[in-house]
Write a protein that binds this ligand. Structure first.
Ligand code: FES
Ligand code: FE
Length: 372
């Protein structure tokens, strides 16, 4: 395929220190991850009241739990007495309250302070003022998105609109009914690389021919190196001999019921800043979330989502999982190869983008704008 509207001038990358400098990372935590909507977890992970998971969002630990009314709530995972971390486990379930392991202050599933030892000795304490600090939460596509900002940006402008822009409207994603799919497989990758390297990698396909032999077999146009995901409405077409989005090109599970014919045999990739990548194929959806934990460490959690029928039937999903699992490993190996070199004097001024990678330049401008 040809590539429209590619700039011809040289576009420099960010300098190497922005991938290694702790102060830069702290600014990114504050201005990006603690300011925008952050995709925390899949709602189905917490099926029952009292189920909880803690998630690192920027510099904060956030406690997401299901309340008695069935709705999800998010709180800062910090006891209001003297600041102990309330839940130390990453996941779990409580019966009806969270009890601080330090002096046993106890909070209801709605975050209210419900009990504390010797509370009667402190009649001046207004219990309603010492509940857990609530964090904004929205659910979309079956995921809980949280925002630590006091006044969150518009969810539709910052989360839904980028998906709609990429697909030429929201109808396409609605057809995949992502919220109704079930997790067929989850793989968590602990990547020794700065989060920006992972986004940059996802945004370009110049590397596809070199490092993704299985993917370019299934999607031959990726071998040309154009970032097909950035043409509005364009989905990369499966090769003629390819029956399904699987590691060997063998048949998958048949397209999801409401995916239109025009999207059968096509692959769409979407980036939702700052930490989500979505891949749509006819019979499943691959949904990545990044959790940047340190300037040089990012955990990536990847869900392979299938129809309820496929998951309930116990059908073997391993051939479709294996394709993108290999892609993930190949991509993360490449990111880990770049990370140590970010502190080299050879990269002090950064590198240069190919015209087909110019979207990365827009991402860099966005990062700089967010930090300025
Ligand atoms: Fe939690 Fe004291 S710090 S009860
Ligand atoms: Fe890749």
């Amino acid at each position: 395929m040809t590539s429209p509207d590619q700039p011809t001038g040289l576009i420099p990358t960010l300098p190497g220190r922005t991938y290694t400098d702790r102060e830069t990372f702290t600014s990114e935590q504050e201005r990006i991850f603690e300011s925008l909507w952050f995709c925390a977890l899949r709602g189905a992970e917490l099926p029952s009241p009292g189920d909880f998971r803690t998630v690192q969002v920027g510099r904060e630990s956030v406690l997401v739990s299901r309340g008695r009314d069935g709705a999800l709530n998010a709180f800062l995972n910090v006891c209001r007495h003297r600041g102990a971390r309330l839940c130390v486990e990453e996941t779990g379930s409580v019966k009806r309250s969270f009890q601080c392991p330090y002096h046993a202050w106890t909070y209801g599933l709605d975050g209210k302070l419900v009990a504390a030892p010797n509370l009667a000795s402190m009649p001046g304490l207004d219990r309603t003022a010492y509940g857990l600090n609530r964090v904004h939460l929205r659910e979309w596509l079956g995921y809980a998105w949280v925002c630590l900002a006091a006044d969150p940006p518009s969810f539709s402008d910052t989360v839904i609109a980028p998906v709609a822009e990429r697909l030429g409207g929201t109808e396409v994603i609605e057809g995949y009914e992502v919220g109704d799919l079930e997790i067929g497989r989850r793989i968590t990758y602990d990547v020794k690389a700065n989060w920006k390297l992972i986004i940059e990698n996802f945004m370009e396909c110049y590397h596809c021919a070199t490092i993704h032999p299985e993917l370019t077999e299934v999607l031959p146009e990726f071998a040309d190196g154009y970032a097909a995901q950035y043409y509005v409405g364009h989905g990369a077409e499966f090769g003629d001999e390819i029956a399904g989005f699987t590691v060997d090109g063998s048949a998958g599970f048949g397209k999801l019921d409401n995916v239109g014919e025009a999207h059968d045999r096509r692959y769409y990739a979407i980036t939702v800043r700052p930490q989500v990548f979505v891949n749509l194929v006819p019979d499943h959806v691959i949904f990545h979330r990044m959790y940047p934990l340190a300037v040089d460490r990012t955990v990536v959690e990847c869900d392979w989502l299938y129809s309820k029928d496929v998951v309930a039937s116990g059908k073997d999903v391993s051939r479709s999982v294996e394709l993108f699992h290999r892609v993930n490993q190949q991509d993360f190996d490449a990111c880990e190869r770049c990370q140590p070199a970010m502190s080299s004097r050879a990269y002090a001024e950064g590198g240069v983008l190919m015209p087909s990678e110019h979207h990365i330049g827009e991402f860099h401008e966005w990062v700089q704008k967010m930090l300025s």
